[in-house]
Design a protein around this ligand. Structure first.
Ligand SMILES: [Zn+2]
Length: 343
């Protein structure tokens, strides 16, 4: 494509937005790099809006597959994605590229943890919270404070949502205003959510994210969304002068000992992480017939059924066994799958 044609297409595509923000700010969006942690209803809605708005690079990280119970609140996913058991990150990349083929979209199918979060956010301008739990938010908060990366917290439950821009050294961090929360260790139930609460909260989050990207505006408010009463309120949040994270740089979640076998209670699944770095041979896995209905995505993620349990297998040896919280059962499956297919 000639440069002239490229410029004409760019101006045509963003013509209505250019009337509002102008070419300079549109180009800032084009050169922005974003990481979205979690690609459920909030993460995928943010991803879709940013791809349409013209953000140049979007990295999506999620370990799960699309399920039919996601479709009622997740605009981006289709029934076909659920039937094909597509990993959410890969389905999201596919749809974003259909929306904006100029956007660079990177899909990472993995669990975000203390081992990989700094690599995931190290080269982006803004991190967006698409997670569904406080443990991961505290981990994101610590990694962002450590690396000096701004992030947008988004939490939605039932009819209500919260969102806030957190810019290390400039605004309060998450720990400043939510010092303690129900974490995975003390809450296991799956909470209901209304799609309109997600839409309203994501719209507010996009407002603060886009203003930060194009105008460097540091919004210091916590936004509180009540989708039932259709009210959005905001509260100024001060930094806590004795905050363990942003003042004392005490990074408990980043330093947490890795659990090699962990129950993911909300998801009713068990995650197994190999003790040492390994790489699985997916060609051997495909030929081995251990995993029934095997599907391989990106030559990096495999999904199928072993002994009646759905499993997701990553090339790096991580395994997620769905439908059980029995660690020994998951370990048996792990041995069965990994023995003989490790490179
Ligand atoms: Zn703080």
């Amino acid at each position: 494509m000639s440069i002239r044609k490229g410029v004409a297409d760019f101006i045509e595509r963003y013509s209505r937005q250019l009337l509002v923000i102008g070419i300079e700010k549109q180009l800032k969006l084009s050169s922005s790099r974003i990481a979205i942690i979690g690609c459920g209803a909030t993460g995928s809605s943010v991803a879709e809006a940013l791809a349409r708005a013209g953000v140049g690079f979007i990295r999506i990280v999620d370990r799960d597959v699309v399920e039919m119970n996601n479709i009622h609140r997740t605009h981006l996913f289709k029934e076909e994605d659920a039937l094909k058991r597509m990993p959410k990150a890969i389905a999201c990349r596919k749809h974003l590229k259909e929306i904006n083929s100029n956007a660079e979209v990177e899909a990472i199918v993995d669990d975000v943890d203390a081992d990989n979060i700094q690599d995931i956010i190290g080269d982006v301008d803004l991190v967006i919270d698409g997670t569904d739990n406080m443990d991961t938010r505290y981990l994101i908060n610590e990694a962002c404070v450590k690396l000096g990366k701004p992030w947008v917290m988004i939490g939605v439950e039932r009819w209500y949502g919260n969102t806030k821009l957190i810019v290390p050294e400039k605004t309060a961090c998450l720990k400043c205003f939510i010092p303690r929360a129900r974490t995975r260790e003390n809450v296991c139930e799956i909470l209901g959510v209304m799609p309109i609460a997600i839409n309203l909260t994501v719209s507010v989050a996009l407002s603060i994210a886009i203003r930060y990207l194009i105008e460097n505006e540091v919004d210091e408010y916590l936004y509180i969304v009540d989708a039932y009463e259709a009210i959005i309120e905001k509260a100024y949040v001060r930094r806590n002068s004795s905050c363990p994270v942003c003042i004392h740089k005490q990074f408990d979640f980043l330093r947490r000992e890795r659990e090699n076998v962990k129950i993911l209670c909300g998801a009713k699944a068990v995650k197994i992480v190999p003790e040492n770095r390994i790489e699985l041979d997916f060609a051997k896995l495909t030929n081995s017939n251990i995993v029934k209905n095997l599907m391989v995505f990106d030559d990096n993620v495999a999904y199928g059924v072993v002994d009646g349990f759905e499993v997701m297998i990553l090339r790096n040896g991580k395994l997620f066994v769905k439908g059980t919280t029995d660690k020994s059962c998951a370990l048996e499956l792990y041995k069965k799958i990994v023995n003989g297919v490790t490179k």
